[in-house]
Every structure is written in structure tokens, then in C-alpha cells.
Design a protein around this ligand. Structure first.
Ligand code: SF4
Length: 247
């Protein structure tokens, strides 16, 4: 893993998902096989494989403190093209510092991660007037998770994290994206742990080789997505969880 400390030029960018996005890192140690954020390599001149480099924007909190004074208050996505709670965050605490600044200044915060490290920052999130934590979980089967996201935290740990956040009064959701095999079991295990579920098919191109290697090609067809999407919607209804389909 090549880790570089860099000085970013800006940190609070416009986003199509929320009004703004903050990415304290370039690159992601989780190295998910399907990750769409690998396009960042093109913009940052990285030649290393995705997951083998991380640029740490060590001046992110300092920049954010200045930029929020110049911009109109809006909802902030943390993060869009990296996991804000990848393992390096334990050492650098950049996401934590950025959250503190946003919450202290009354900016709505929408965290999106695959890591239970977010639990460390529950104290900040609980004090926020407007915040949500989304945990990306693509399958209920940790064996399948290991094929596609071998370096990301275990499914069970993510579900436990959602439960703890939810119990602490923080609004939570699960992002089922991409929709991997055995995703249909998720609503049942997420009952009482999330406020809603988002289902997104997303782009699978990068993970084609994983499907082929493990004989899972039938799980890349429109038929699979249609059937699993319907099963997820029914399971959400049975579990009393709001389901938002974006695929
Ligand atoms: S955690 Fe998110 S940003 Fe990181 S590699 Fe996986 S999909 Fe990409």
C-alpha cells in the first residue's frame, strides 16, 4: 500500500447526490472489485492498481473550516469516491475532524461507509441536528462478500454497527449496492436496525472477472436483478422497512 500525505487545493465540492461532497482521501484500502471510484486514477495520475494507493489530504479539516464560511449551507455527502472510514482514518482522523466542523456549523451530514469504524464518531453524529449514516452492504452472505470485497469489513460487523447507531438515535440506512448474490436475505436481518433501505444495481463492469471466476454469471443478468429486486421489495414490506429502488 502506497500512502502519501498531500496538501489538497479544495475539499468541499459540488455533488449530484447531495449538495456537496467531502472526500478526505484519494483511493480506498477496501479495494472492492466492483468499485466505480477507480475512475479517480485518471484524474490523479495514479498508475497503481485500485486499492494499492491512498493519498491522505492532511489539510482537509483546515480547508473545510475556511470553505464553509464562503459557501451556502447545504447537505454534505461523506464520502463519494473513497470510504471515509477506511483503516487509515483510525490514524489520521480526518473524517472525524471534518464531521466536527460540519456539525458544529449546522451543516447536514450524510455518511456513507462500509466500515464499523464510524461507531467511533457516534458522539459527533448524535449531536448533529441533521445527520444520517448509510452502510453499504451488498449481500447477506459473508462468503459472497469475501469474493467481491475481500478487504472490506465483515457483513456481520456492518450490521451490528447499524444496530448500535440506530439504537443511539441516529438515522440509519443500508445501501444494497451493487446487488450481489444472496442480497435478498438482507431486509430480514436489518429489521429494527435501519430507517430505510436503498437498492441500486450499479455498474458491474469492473467485477466481471469475479463473477466468471466463481461461476456466478447468472447473477449478472437482467433476470437476476429483476427477481432479486422484487424479492428485496417484498422482504422490506414484510419487515416493515421503507425500500427505495434506484435501479
Ligand atoms: S469501500 Fe467504496 S470507495 Fe472503497 S473500494 Fe469499496 S466501493 Fe470503492
Amino acid at each position: 500500500m502506497i500512502v502519501r500525505e498531500i496538501q489538497a487545493k479544495s475539499i468541499l465540492s459540488k455533488s449530484k447526490v447531495h449538495e456537496y461532497v467531502v472526500n478526505p482521501y484519494v483511493g480506498c484500502e477496501h479495494a472492492c472489485t466492483f468499485c466505480y471510484a477507480r475512475f479517480m486514477k485518471r484524474f490523479t495520475g495514479h498508475r497503481e492498481p485500485w486499492g494499492e494507493f491512498v493519498d491522505v489530504k492532511v489539510n482537509a479539516p483546515e480547508l473545510l473550516e475556511k470553505e464553509i464560511k464562503r459557501k451556502r449551507v447545504g447537505s454534505v455527502w461523506v464520502s463519494g469516491v473513497c470510504d471515509p472510514y477506511q483503516p487509515l482514518e483510525e490514524r489520521y482522523r480526518l473524517t472525524r475532524e471534518c464531521l466536527k466542523i460540519l456539525v458544529r456549523n449546522g451543516w447536514p451530514v450524510f455518511v456513507q461507509t462500509r466500515s464499523p469504524l464510524v461507531l467511533r464518531d457516534m458522539d459527533i453524529l448524535q449531536g448533529a441536528a441533521d445527520s444520517e449514516v448509510g452502510m453499504s452492504i451488498a449481500t447477506a452472505d459473508d462468503g459472497i462478500r469475501k469474493l467481491f470485497e475481500p478487504d472490506a469489513p465483515r457483513t456481520e460487523d456492518r450490521i451490528d454497527a447499524l444496530e448500535r447507531l440506530h439504537r443511539a438515535g441516529i438515522r440509519t440506512y443500508a445501501m444494497i449496492a451493487p446487488m450481489l448474490p444472496r442480497a435478498e436475505g438482507l431486509p430480514e436481518v436489518l429489521k429494527g436496525k435501519v430507517d430505510y433501505i436503498i437498492v441500486d444495481r450499479m455498474n458491474y463492469t469492473h467485477a466481471d472477472w469475479v463473477y466468471r471466476k466463481h461461476g456466478l454469471q447468472s447473477c449478472m443478468t437482467d433476470d437476476f436483478f429483476y427477481r432479486t429486486g422484487n424479492e428485496l421489495a417484498s422482504s422490506c414490506r414484510r419487515s416493515g422497512i421503507e425500500c427505495r429502488m434506484v435501479c
